[in-house]
Design a protein around this ligand. Structure first.
Ligand code: ZN
Ligand code: ZN
Length: 273
């Protein structure tokens, strides 16, 4: 099919629709889960400050704008497919290819995000690119795509490039891209949820400590200078940017008893043991 203006406009509308389904499934799904579990997870609230309705509305409004930017950037994928730079598997799905491509997409995205995120925290970049996301001092799952225009573009542009990379080895599996994007919004929405749902010992265990938690990203929103990672704790540990009291803050939240939760909250919004 030739790449005409009408063709690209139709693909962009498709993109906005697909991005919206993904965002609302993730952000609303996590918000609904927290609401349903409210009485059981109240003591797992990470900050004392409560996000307001105005905070949530700002996060949704900004996320809607980001999805428009994402859909525009997604046109790169459409063009790369049209010129043959990305090949998708048209035949039956191949399980081994789905597995390695999903894993590679996640690991590449995590590395890209860490470095892009640190760059956006440089004082010359922060105000224009990243300050909008940090308006959420007490984030909610609706903040998943709450980005300024420039940040939204940088967040999205890596996806077609990563698909092009994996399709050099074998045609990209649609299921690998679907699972990668589903994992992305799920981890993103949980990372902003404001409640810690992981179990005691999670951050120090060799089995789970390499995964980020909600406390990990929440500390980034409340204090800013640490915890730039997305899915894994590797880069923050290798580069010395993990919050020095991360384990302590996490343990304080998950070891809090329901009835003492209200008394043990510190002035900084995190919780003391
Ligand atoms: Zn940041
Ligand atoms: Zn965030």
């Amino acid at each position: 099919m030739p790449i005409t203006f009408l063709f690209l406009a139709a693909r962009m509308l498709d993109g906005i629709w697909i991005e919206s389904i993904r965002y609302f499934a993730g952000a609303a799904g996590v918000a609904l889960l927290c609401w349903l579990l409210a009485s059981r997870i109240a003591h797992r609230r990470i900050q004392t400050r409560r996000a307001t309705t105005a905070d949530r509305l700002r996060e949704v409004r900004q996320s809607l704008w980001s999805m428009t930017v994402f859909a525009f950037v997604d046109l790169i994928t459409v063009v790369l497919i049209a010129i043959g730079a990305i090949a998708f598997n048209q035949g039956p799905p191949v399980l081994t290819t789905i597995l390695w491509q999903t894993a590679l997409l996640i690991v590449m995205h995590d590395a890209y995000f860490y470095w892009m995120h640190r760059w956006m925290h440089h004082k010359t970049m922060f105000r224009v690119l990243h300050s909008v996301h940090h308006l959420s001092r007490t984030p909610t799952s609706w903040a998943a795509y709450s980005f300024a225009t420039g940040e939204a573009a940088f967040e999205a542009v890596i996806v077609p490039l990563m698909i092009a990379v994996v399709s050099v080895v074998a045609p990209a599996e649609p299921w690998a891209v679907f699972i990668f994007l589903g994992h992305q919004i799920a981890r993103n929405a949980f990372g902003h949820a404001g409640f810690e749902l992981a179990w005691p010992g999670f951050t120090r265990s060799p089995w789970t400590g390499w995964l980020t938690t909600t406390t990990h990203h929440d500390l980034h929103h409340s204090e800013g200078r640490y915890n730039f990672g997305l899915y894994f704790t590797w880069w923050d540990r290798w580069l010395g940017t993990e919050h020095p009291r991360y384990h302590e803050r996490f343990a304080a939240v998950v070891n809090r008893h329901r009835e003492t939760a209200a008394e043990s909250v510190s002035v900084h919004g995190a919780v003391s043991p």
